[in-house]
Design a protein around this ligand. Structure first.
Ligand code: NAX
Ligand code: ADP
Ligand code: K
Length: 496
């Protein structure tokens, strides 16, 4: 599991440890790890020149001390800096080690020619917007350079809340002790490249702000049946999905649920999807009955007045009024109103919108205390600040929110619980029907007894792994992802 703590918690942990250690020891540990990684990369890439971009704070000091180590080892290094705003001790160390200290036009030339750039402009203490001189350095970085960000790519918000296209876009990031939200959250994650965490010994007694499940966590969480289990104890999933317009969604959700190992799937539909499900998934049973969880909504038509459609909607509404855990997706999201919100208070509910659906829901329901803010929310606003908007919907509804995208966020109702962030899927997964597959897969985990946030995060991981294996580097259709679930789960369970 990768765990990320907020900048405030990191500063507090650093302050506590600094009291126990000799002055400068913490930074020395950070610098040692950073210098080792940069040296390894220089050797690997056969790089000839390294340039550090040096800001005014400790992040700049880290970069200066690291290039000082490299210069001592014989690598040609320069440091672009502002002589009036720089850590003096680190500057002297760099000078003594033979680092060329450059400013102004000379700095810009060196940056443009560097094979490796070490970004130490801003770290945890950065405020939005790069200083003007530093912005010019960043603009001068060659497309061919390998960019290593110290702690985080400068210009990107440490709490992951805002992406700056003119900030540093790193090939890799070396951070200290633990990850920070910037490394795991959209939209800033895309600027970090691959992440290395250097242990400097910090300890935390607070919950992390963001967590990402790894393959071992998935193996620990996945519900594996034992000899005493039967189809009922494993969990029966009710699926209310598909209509006369979007019939295939039913097949995709039910297939995914069966492939994910549901004890049984009860399907409730209208005639066309019902026929398709009968033909494609002989394991499914048809009609209502006792279930341990529901999936409501993939391909559901909430506007049709035909008898079969209104009967199907009645089942969905009854499920929303009932006790069992419910996953609400796609068309089902339109059914979530104040009465449903009230009825489901304290009952496990997982909403699974994509950015457009989340924008529509916030526009319809309003946000903030007592839905006071009733402004129109655009899809682009959700994409620019995914966590803020997903949190707003979780606060407004009292329901767990899984926001789909290249990175899938799961926001629990309790703000003190960590946000889950999973980025396991290839971009090929952005294809029609992939969300219907996710709904069936996560629904099976709810029926097996997992809490909404765990089911959402684990389901997103397995969905991504199944897509990755089915893709093999090329296009992938949603049905192949569903059929790939058993092998993906087997892979996760047996790889250790
Ligand atoms: N505190 C510690 O014990 C350790 C800190 N470390 C490093 O220290 C960094 C944090 O250091 P700092 O707290 O000095 O923070 P920064 O290095 O991010 O720098 C903050 C400084 O930049 C200025 N500044 C911030 N945003 C600006 C902007 N947009 N435009 C212009 N100036 C701006 C601030 O006024 C302040 O002077 C970490 O990211 C990490 O790299 C590591 O060495 C590990 C140990
Ligand atoms: N660029 C991407 N990279 C990885 N996964 C993606 C990307 N775009 C979308 N996805 C995933 O594909 C699925 C799409 O779901 P959704 O938008 O509901 O589509 P549909 O309604 O057609 O099934 C989600 O699980 C989402 O996380
Ligand atoms: K940085």
């Amino acid at each position: 599991m990768i765990e990320a703590w907020s900048p405030q918690d990191v500063y507090a942990a650093e302050a506590a440890l600094e009291d126990e250690l000799a002055s400068g020891e913490l930074m020395a540990r950070a610098v040692e790890g950073l210098a080792e990684l940069v040296a390894a990369r220089v050797a690997q890439l056969g790089a000839e020149t390294v340039v550090a971009l040096v800001g005014a704070g400790n992040n700049g000091a880290d970069a200066l001390y690291a290039v000082a180590h490299l210069a001592e080892a014989g690598v040609t290094c320069a440091a672009a800096h502002d002589p009036d705003r720089v850590h003096q001790g680190a500057l002297e160390a760099a000078r003594a080690a033979g680092v060329v200290l450059v400013t102004g036009a000379e700095a810009l030339e060196d940056v443009a020619e560097a094979d490796v750039v070490v970004d130490g402009i801003l770290g945890l203490g950065g405020r939005p917007g790069l200083p003007a001189e530093a912005a010019a350095w960043v603009a001068a970085i060659s497309d061919d350079a390998h960019v290593i960000a110290v702690d985080l790519p400068s210009g990107q918000a440490a709490d992951g809340s805002a992406f700056d296209p003119d900030g540093v876009l790193a090939d890799e990031t070396v951070t200290f002790s633990v990850a920070k939200p910037v490394h795991l959250l959209p939209p800033t994650e895309q600027a970090c490249g691959s992440l290395t965490v250097v242990d400097i010994g910090l300890a935390f007694d607070t919950a992390p702000a963001v967590v990402r499940l790894g393959f071992d966590d998935a193996a620990d969480l996945w519900p594996v049946p034992g000899p005493d289990d039967d189809k009922y104890s494993r969990g029966v999933l009710g699926v209310v999905a598909g209509g006369e317009r979007y019939s295939g969604a039913a097949v995709l959700s039910v297939t995914a649920a069966v492939e994910a190992g549901a004890g049984m799937v009860r399907y409730v539909g209208t005639p066309t999807p019902e026929g398709l499900v009968r033909a494609a998934v002989p394991e499914a049973v048809h009609g209502e009955g006792r279930v341990q969880a529901w999936v409501l909504g993939p391909g559901l038509d909430t506007t049709s007045t035909r008898r079969e459609a209104t009967n199907q909607l009645d089942v969905a509404r009854a499920a929303l009024a009932g006790e069992e855990p419910v996953l609400v997706d796609a068309g089902g999201l339109d059914l979530v109103d104040d009465a449903v919100i009230e009825a489901r208070r304290d009952r496990p509910t997982l909403l699974t919108p994509h950015a457009g659906e989340l924008a529509t829901m916030l526009t319809r329901l309003g946000s903030g205390p007592r839905a006071r803010s009733r402004t129109e929310v655009e899809r682009a606003a959700v994409e620019a600040e995914p966590l803020r908007h997903a949190r707003a919907l979780a606060d407004r509804t009292g329901m767990t929110v899984l926001l789909k995208g290249a990175t899938t966020l799961v926001v629990p109702t309790d703000p003190s619980e960590p946000v889950r962030s999973q980025a396991d899927a290839p971009a090929w997964l952005g294809t029609a029907g992939a969300g219907d597959v996710l709904a069936g897969l996560v629904g099976t985990l709810l029926a097996a007894g997992l809490a909404p946030a765990d089911a959402g995060a684990l389901g997103a991981l397995v969905h991504g792994v199944a897509a990755d294996r089915a893709s093999g580097g090329g296009p992938v259709r949603a049905l192949s992802v569903a059929h790939g679930i058993p092998a993906a789960v087997a892979h996760l369970l047996t790889r250790r």
